[in-house]
Design a protein around this ligand. Structure first.
Ligand code: FAD
Ligand code: NAI
Length: 475
C-alpha cells in the first residue's frame, strides 16, 4: 500500500515549498518531493532560487559590493583601508553557508508545518480524477499517491547551440556563482538580469567584463528613461555592453574561450575570454516527470500548459512557477503556490500579474512595477509622469549614493498610479511602497499626501509622486 496524501507537490523551489506549506496550513496531509542534492548528496530544498539563483547571487553581490566600497567608496568617508585583499575562498564559502542556512530553514519549516519531505525525483506512474500515483526515486524507491498534484519543477539555463555548459569555461548561473579565481577577462552573453548581476559581481572583484547582447536596445523591458540612466551608470563603472551583436562560433581552448560575433556595425569580431557566462534566458524543466504516462499537456514552448488558475489539462493537477507561463521570478512562483493551495481548499486564490515587482540587484539597483512609459504610449493611454533624482535626497547624500531617480506614471485623468520605476540605492526595498499603492489602486496624490520619515530614501518616492502634479518640494 503506497503512502496516501491529500496533496503531493513535485519540486521544492519557492513555488513548490510554499505551496506545500500553505496546503498543510489549510489542513491537507501534504508531501513535497525535491531532488536537489547538496555537496554531500543530502537534500537541499529551495530549488534554483536557494541553491544557484536568488540567494547565492545576492550573497555574492553583497560581498563584492563591500569589497568595492572598501577599495573605493570608503576613502570619501574618511576611512583609509591599507592592504585590502580579496579572499575569494572565504567569500564563496560564506555564500555556500548562506545557501545551507536557507536549505535547513526549509527543512525546518516542513517539520513545523507537518509536510512530509521526500528526497528524490518524482514522476507520474498513473492516475485520473480519483487520484495519482507518483514514484519517488531517491536513495530508495517508493510510490506515494494523492488526489491533488502540484507541479513546481522550475527551469534550467538555456544553452547556445554548439556551446554546451561545461561549468569550467562555458558557465551557466551554476558555474558563474562558483568561479574559484577572478578571471582577468570575463565574457557574458546576454545583457539580461543574470548577465548584469553576475557581470557586476566579477567586475567588482577585478575582472574585465564584456557583455554581448543580441537586441539593439539595452534592457528593453525596463522603462526607457530608467534603462538609459542605468546604462550610463554601468558604463561609468567599467561594464562594457555591446548591443545588437550576432553570436557565431564559440570554441574552447585549454584555458580560454573564443567567441566569434558580428557587431552592430556588421563587422566580424573575435574575442578571447578566460571564462564565458551564457545568460540568454531559461527553459522550463519537465524532464523526468513522465507526464506522458498521464497525458500532461505542454504548450508550444515546452511550458506546462495552464489556465489563469494554474490548472493543467488534467483534473486535480496544477502547475506553478518557472515551469508555467509568466515571469520567471521567485515571488511570482510563491504567489502561485499559495493561490493553488487555496484553490484546492475551495478558496479564491489570487495572483495580480499587474503588480508583480521586478528587481535587478546591480548597483544601483533597478526596480519597477506596472507599465513603462513606452507601454503606455503604445497602448494610447494618456498619462502624467513625475521624476525625482536621488541627488536631491538628503539620505542619499548622507549615504554617498546619489545616482538614479524615482519615476511615477499616473493616469492623466484619474491620477491612478500606472507604473513606478526606480534606479538607485535600495530600489528593491523602495518598490514595495509602490506595489502596495498599486494593489490598493492608489493615486499619485495619495502617496504625495502620506508622511514619509526624514531623512529617508522613501522621501524620493513621495517627491516623485508630488512631481506628477509638478509640485516637488525639494527639486
Ligand atoms: P525552482 O526554484 O527551479 O525549483 C524547482 C525544484 O524542483 C528544484 O529544486 C528541482 O531540483 C526540483 N525538481 C524538478 N523536477 C523534479 C522532479 N521530477 N522530482 C523532484 N524534484 C524536481 N528570482 C527572483 O525573484 N529574485 C531574484 O533575485 C532572482 N535571482 C536569480 C538569480 C539567478 C542566477 C537565477 C538563475 C534565477 C534567479 N531568480 C530570481 C529566478 C528564480 O530563481 C526562479 O524564478 C525561481 O527559483 C522559480 O521557482 P520554482 O519553484 O518555479 O522553480
Ligand atoms: P533574461 O531574459 O533576463 O536575459 C537574457 C538576455 O539575453 C536578453 O537580453 C536577450 O535579448 C539576450 N539574448 C538571448 N539570446 C541571445 C543570443 N543568442 N545572443 C546574445 N544575447 C541573447 O535571462 P537571464 O538573464 O538568463 O535570466 C533568466 C531569468 O531568471 C530572468 O528572466 C529572470 O526571470 C530570472 N532572474 C531574476 C533575477 C532577479 O529577479 N533579480 C536575477 C536573475 C535571474
Amino acid at each position: 500500500m503506497s503512502k496516501q496524501f491529500d496533496v503531493v507537490v513535485i519540486g521544492g523551489g519557492p513555488g513548490g515549498y510554499i505551496a506545500a506549506i500553505r496546503a498543510a496550513q489549510l489542513g491537507f496531509s501534504t508531501a513535497c518531493i525535491d531532488e536537489w542534492k547538496n555537496a554531500k548528496n543530502g537534500p537541499a530544498p529551495g530549488g534554483t532560487c536557494t541553491n544557484v539563483g536568488c540567494i547565492p547571487s545576492k550573497a555574492l553581490l553583497q560581498s563584492s559590493e563591500h569589497f568595492e566600497h572598501a577599495g573605493h567608496a570608503f576613502a570619501e568617508h574618511g576611512i583609509n583601508v591599507k592592504g585590502l585583499e580579496l579572499n575569494l575562498g572565504q567569500m564563496l564559502a560564506r555564500k555556500d553557508g548562506v545557501v545551507k542556512q536557507n536549505n535547513e530553514g526549509i527543512l525546518y519549516l516542513f517539520k513545523k508545518n507537518k509536510v512530509s519531505f521526500f528526497h528524490g525525483r518524482g514522476s507520474f506512474v498513473k492516475g485520473d480524477a480519483g487520484g495519482y500515483e507518483i514514484k519517488v526515486a531517491g536513495a530508495t524507491e517508493e510510490t506515494i499517491s494523492a488526489k491533488h498534484i502540484v507541479l513546481a519543477t522550475g527551469s534550467n539555463a538555456r544553452e547556445l547551440p554548439g556551446a554546451p555548459f561545461d561549468e569550467k569555461l562555458i558557465l551557466s548561473n551554476t558555474g558563474a556563482l562558483a568561479i574559484d579565481a577572478v578571471p582577468a577577462k570575463l565574457g557574458v552573453i546576454g545583457a539580461g538580469v543574470i548577465g548584469l548581476e553576475m557581470g557586476s559581481v566579477w567586475r567588482r572583484l577585478g575582472a574585465e567584463v564584456s557583455v554581448l547582447e543580441a537586441l539593439p536596445t539595452f534592457l528593453g523591458a525596463v522603462d526607457e528613461q530608467i534603462a538609459k540612466e542605468a546604462g550610463k551608470l554601468f558604463a561609468k563603472q567599467g561594464l562594457k555592453v555591446s548591443l545588437g551583436v550576432k553570436i557565431g562560433a564559440i570554441t574552447t581552448g585549454k584555458n580560454d574561450v573564443t567567441v566569434e560575433y558580428v557587431d552592430a556595425t556588421g563587422a566580424a569580431q573575435k574575442a578571447v575570454y578566460d571564462k564565458l557566462i551564457v545568460s540568454i534566458g531559461r527553459t522550463p524543466n519537465t524532464i523526468g516527470l513522465n507526464g506522458e504516462a498521464v497525458g500532461l499537456k505542454l504548450d508550444e514552448r515546452g511550458f506546462i500548459a495552464v489556465d489563469d488558475d494554474c490548472k493543467t489539462n488534467l483534473p486535480n493537477v496544477w502547475a506553478v512557477g518557472d515551469v508555467v507561463r509568466g515571469p520567471m521570478l521567485a515571488h511570482k512562483a510563491e504567489e502561485e503556490g499559495v493561490a493553488v493551495a487555496e484553490r484546492i481548499a475551495g478558496q479564491h486564490g489570487h495572483v495580480n500579474f499587474n503588480t508583480i515587482p521586478w528587481v535587478i540587484y546591480t548597483s544601483p539597483e533597478i526596480a519597477w512595477v506596472g507599465k513603462t512609459e513606452q507601454q503606455l504610449k503604445a497602448d494610447g493611454v494618456a498619462y502624467k509622469a513625475g521624476t525625482f533624482p536621488f541627488l536631491a535626497n538628503g539620505r542619499a547624500r548622507a549615504l554617498g549614493d546619489t545616482s538614479g531617480m524615482v519615476k511615477f506614471l499616473a493616469d492623466a485623468k484619474t491620477d491612478e498610479i500606472l507604473g513606478v520605476h526606480i534606479v538607485g540605492p535600495m530600489a528593491s526595498e523602495l518598490i514595495s511602497e509602490a506595489v502596495v499603492a498599486m494593489e490598493f489602486r492608489a493615486s499619485a496624490e495619495d502617496i504625495a499626501r502620506i508622511c514619509h520619515a526624514h531623512p529617508s530614501l522613501s522621501e524620493a518616492t513621495k517627491e516623485a509622486a508630488l512631481a506628477v502634479d509638478k509640485r516637488s518640494l525639494n527639486f
